[in-house]
Design a protein around this ligand. Structure first.
Ligand code: SF4
Ligand code: MG
Length: 332
């Protein structure tokens, strides 16, 4: 349903322009949640902005690539058509629910806002109540009249999801939708997203730094590092046998039932500054098995393993398989 091919994003003008996202390709099918995971500065949010052609800075722009939603090329659209797509074709929710709600307007009217903007005013109140109910919030009519401060953080995020889905979009882009919330509240929102995906046959692109969130919510994952996808895989195989040394490091740094007994692992070194990427493999300064003369010189391609849809970006992938790069380091 969503088909992204060779997407690159530049920030800045002329010779000063930095390529913050390079050659990103992935798909999201109807009724499927796909994760875009990486540390901050990996380019995952920029990728999301590029899909909507809605950047936080006028200096950012899509430099290359194709974005198709239900077969329609979004890149050639003028501002008015793109406005139609946002809302009706793609809904979006962000990290901090508070900053996207107007404190002075009842939440019901804020859910109705996209419907009004698209001229869908027939049966507006009923639709708003239906959406509030769909979000599993109590007493729809009363809730609609409440102001944002009368609701909890989790309830406010549900209001924003309701507004994003008001126009029945086929795709929901959720950028760190649970990061600002408590863990228990987080779980409730993830369960809601899973239910909406199934019941509405909704495609979800979930952007997060948290692999735990991906494990609970997504069917497929794209792992981003330094502006590129480094591993692309179904959730089961990715968690069972990650192949890229970066993914292996990330998985070592989350709490899993297996790792709980051990000390938390964290990848040494820092994420490079956006656009100022290292030569060769962008992960080579942090990679425990980097091969001098190869990894620091030649950029690896994203290649399939031949097993299903999995692909990873590592020169040594074929010879290593899913052998853990970090265990090798500990042994040395
Ligand atoms: Fe490490 Fe080299 Fe693979 Fe990059 S290409 S992840 S540096 S082994
Ligand atoms: Mg971000």
């Amino acid at each position: 349903m969503l088909d992204v091919r060779g997407l690159s994003v530049d920030v800045g003008r002329g010779a000063q322009a930095l390529r913050v996202v390079r050659d990103v390709s992935f798909t999201v099918r109807r009724g499927e949640a796909v994760g875009l995971v990486g540390e901050s500065g990996s380019g995952k949010s920029m990728t999301a902005f590029a899909l909507m052609n809605l950047f936080p800075s006028p200096l950012a722009r899509v430099a290359e690539g194709e974005v198709r939603l239900q077969g329609r090329d979004l890149r050639g659209l003028d501002a008015e058509s793109m406005r139609q797509v946002r809302g009706a074709g793609i809904g979006m929710v962000f990290q901090d629910p508070t900053s996207y709600l107007d404190p002075l307007i009842p939440v019901g009217r804020q859910i109705a806002e996209p419907l009004r903007a698209h001229g869908r005013t027939d049966g507006l109140d009923a639709r708003v109540r239906e959406l509030i109910e769909l979000m599993e919030l109590p007493q729809p009519a009363q809730t609609a009249r409440k102001y944002p401060h009368e609701l909890s953080g989790g309830q406010r995020q549900r209001i924003l999801i309701a507004a994003a889905l008001a126009m029945r979009p086929a795709l929901l882009i959720a950028d760190e939708p649970t990061t600002a919330l408590d863990v228990t509240v987080q779980a409730g929102i993830l369960q809601l997203l899973a239910r909406l995906r199934r019941e509405l046959d909704l495609g979800i692109l979930l952007i997060t730094h948290d692999l735990g969130v991906v494990a609970e919510t997504c069917q497929r994952v794209n792992v981003m590092y330094a502006g590129e996808i480094v591993e692309q895989e179904a959730v089961g195989p990715l968690f069972a046998a990650p192949r890229h040394p970066y993914t292996q490091g990330l998985l070592g740094s989350i709490l899993t039932p297996r790792s709980r007994a051990h000390s938390l692992f964290s990848i040494p070194g820092a994420v490079p500054i956006a656009g100022r990427w290292p030569s060769g493999c962008r992960f080579h300064p942090r990679c425990p098995i980097a091969r001098p003369g190869l990894c620091d010189v030649q950029p690896p391609a994203l290649l399939g393993s031949g097993l299903g849809e999995g692909a990873d970006r590592c020169h040594l992938s074929a010879e290593r398989g899913s052998a853990n790069a970090w265990t090798t380091m500990a042994v040395r």
